[in-house]
Design a protein around this ligand. Structure first.
Ligand code: ADP
Ligand code: MG
Length: 266
């Protein structure tokens, strides 16, 4: 039997009063895959991420992480809901990197990376510290380990945010607009970093409105429109021959500079 996907999203829906923000979304992400979720502003990308992490309770649908249910599960004809506690205990399986990085301002880089391991996973001080040092070395953060977030560049802040998520040993990494707070010259660096994580087997879901970044970084694109994923597939296929007219329009509007070129795809 095949291994289960790192992340499986089944029939997730979320309404806010009159607005159907997410409507029957299905998505599988395998280890080592980078899926970029693109689509116009307000189409439901962030809401979908919040449903995947159960920070927002989906009205319907199921999330599985490495084949294990997260939030609720089907048991025969019944649906069993996990307790808040169970959900909070499982959430570290998902590594989240937010747009504004959300680092703790009163903690140093090292403390930002050690503290969640201690508090959330209950790791001992030695182990948490060793893991932090190893991750900081890998991300060229060791020289700034004793600095506070306000003393870092944007690129460094983001590397700290990614390192802090990775030391929790998540099954999947989730990013909401990872390039929007970065200077353009740093986008290539993030791309290289995310690709090296994928080579190590990490599964990633990246929400971005930046089609150029999406094309360059991902192995698969999912195009979301009005709450649903209307088209998905390999990057080259979606960019070269989009079927859905809304995707064609989105590509035409966002790729005017002609920089959309999936040439870096293997
Ligand atoms: P995107 O991230 O693609 O820009 P969002 O997921 O933020 O889109 O929003 C999808 C839709 O849901 C929008 O119409 C937005 O106004 C609405 N929405 C999102 N969050 C809330 C909320 N907490 N309450 C009410 N409406 C919301
Ligand atoms: Mg958003």
């Amino acid at each position: 039997m095949n291994n289960p996907p790192a992340l499986r999203v089944t029939a997730i829906s979320k309404r806010f009063r009159q607005v159907s923000a997410v409507n029957q979304v299905y998505l599988d992400i395998a280890p080592g895959e980078i899926v970029a979720l693109i689509g116009p502003s307000g189409c439901g990308k962030s809401t979908l991420l919040r449903c995947v992490t159960w920070l927002e309770t989906p009205d319907e649908g199921f999330i599985e992480i490495n084949g294990a249910p997260f939030g609720r599960q089907r048991e025969g004809e019944m649906i069993r809901h996990q307790s808040r506690r169970q959900i909070d205990a499982l959430r570290p399986r998902l590594g989240m990197v937010f747009q504004q990085f959300n680092l703790w301002p009163h903690l140093t880089v090292r403390e930002n990376i050690i503290t969640p391991q201690r508090v959330v996973l209950g790791r001992g001080g030695e182990q948490a510290r060793a893991r932090a040092e190893q991750q900081m070395a890998q991300f060229a953060l060791s020289p700034v380990a004793d600095r506070y977030p306000w003393q870092l560049s944007g690129g460094q802040k983001q590397r700290v945010a990614i390192a802090r998520a990775l030391v929790m040993d998540p099954a999947v990494m989730l990013f909401d607009e990872p390039t929007s707070a970065l200077d353009p010259e740093l986008v290539g660096e993030v791309q290289t970093l995310l690709r090296s994580l994928a080579q190590g087997g990490m599964a990633m879901l990246i929400v971005t409105h930046d089609i150029h970044f999406a094309v360059n970084v991902s192995t698969r694109l999912a195009f979301m429109c009005e709450g649903g994923i209307v088209e998905e597939g390999p990057v080259s296929q979606l960019v070269a021959s989009p079927r859905d007219p809304r995707l064609r329009q989105f590509l035409a509007l966002t790729s005017g500079s002609g920089r959309v070129n999936p040439s870096t795809q293997e």
